[in-house]
Ligand binder design. Structure first.
Ligand code: BTN
Length: 264
């Protein structure tokens, strides 16, 4: 057997082990697949199982039509990434839609920090390594359908360079971290459960780990508008506050480019 085959076998997701470990969490019923279009789609198809105090968590080894923010494609080849989506009744989180990616970003960051992997969060939903240049290792996509949050989380775990979609993307293995996808998936679910259980420290923690704050940024709005200014803060509803000579803006949707660290 050649080393490519060895690697492919080593990367196969152990569905039974993941389902059994996820079942320890009483809040979310697990559904694990080898291949789906998008884990967010599977949550939407099963929304009737999502009720107050009981949700679902869908995990797949591979996505054929994974989606990112702003209708972008999200690549999840078999064996190399975490693709998971949670279906949660809105009342279980009790925060605004715009704040959900921030809270979930804090949970993902905590789960990685427990494995001694230190990442930062780029507003609103990117999980990044920032030094010496920005490299994106994961992202979060949140939808609200009929009073239920669909929270999709994608993390590049063991993708090699040829499998990465863009030049700014990276994976944990390319950054030198070898981790077990099952352990990280379960740790993320546990961290989200902790934040759900009235952990109100997420906001202060987000401000500390958000690499966007303090930077000069360019925001491209959905209607083609562009604003350049300094990112000065985040509102408790999750909006990014940008200040320039003309105005103080509250941004809820948009594409953010980090320009350079603002001088003190
Ligand atoms: C982004 O950074 O644009 C968000 C990426 C979110 C990707 C995840 S992978 C699991 C879930 N299913 C999807 O189709 N998208 C999300």
């Amino acid at each position: 057997m050649d080393s490519k085959q060895d690697k492919a076998i080593a990367r196969i997701l152990d569905i039974a082990r993941l389902e059994s470990q996820l079942s320890q969490n009483p809040w979310l019923k697990p559904m694990v697949f080898s291949q789906v279009t998008s884990t967010n789609d599977i949550v939407i198809e099963n929304l009737n199982y999502v009720v107050p105090s009981h949700g679902i968590v869908v995990v797949a080894d591979e996505q054929t039509q994974g989606r990112g923010r702003l209708d972008r494609k999200w690549t999840t080849p078999a064996g190399g990434a975490i693709a998971m989506s949670l279906g949660i009744d809105q009342s279980d989180l009790n925060i605004e839609l715009t704040a959900v990616p921030l809270v979930v970003g804090v949970a993902v960051r905590r789960a990685l920090a427990n494995l001694e992997i230190s990442v930062e969060l780029k507003w609103p939903n990117d999980i990044i390594f920032s030094s010496p240049t920005m490299r994106k290792v994961g992202g979060i996509l949140v939808q609200l359908v009929n009073g239920k949050f669909i929270i999709g989380i994608g993390i590049n775990v063991d993708l090699d360079k040829s499998e990465l979609p863009t030049a700014v993307a990276t994976s944990l293995s390319l950054e030198g971290f070898k981790i077990d996808r099952i352990d990280l998936t379960c740790a993320i679910v546990e961290q989200i459960s902790t934040l759900r259980n009235a952990d109100n420290n997420w906001f202060a923690e987000y401000l500390e780990v958000c690499s966007t704050i303090g930077r000069e940024v360019k925001v491209r709005g959905l209607n083609g508008t562009e604003i350049t200014g300094q990112a000065v803060g985040i509102s408790t509803s999750g909006a990014l506050e940008i200040k320039n000579l003309e105005n103080l803006y509250q941004i809820t949707v948009g594409d953010i480019e980090h320009l350079e660290v603002a001088a003190d």
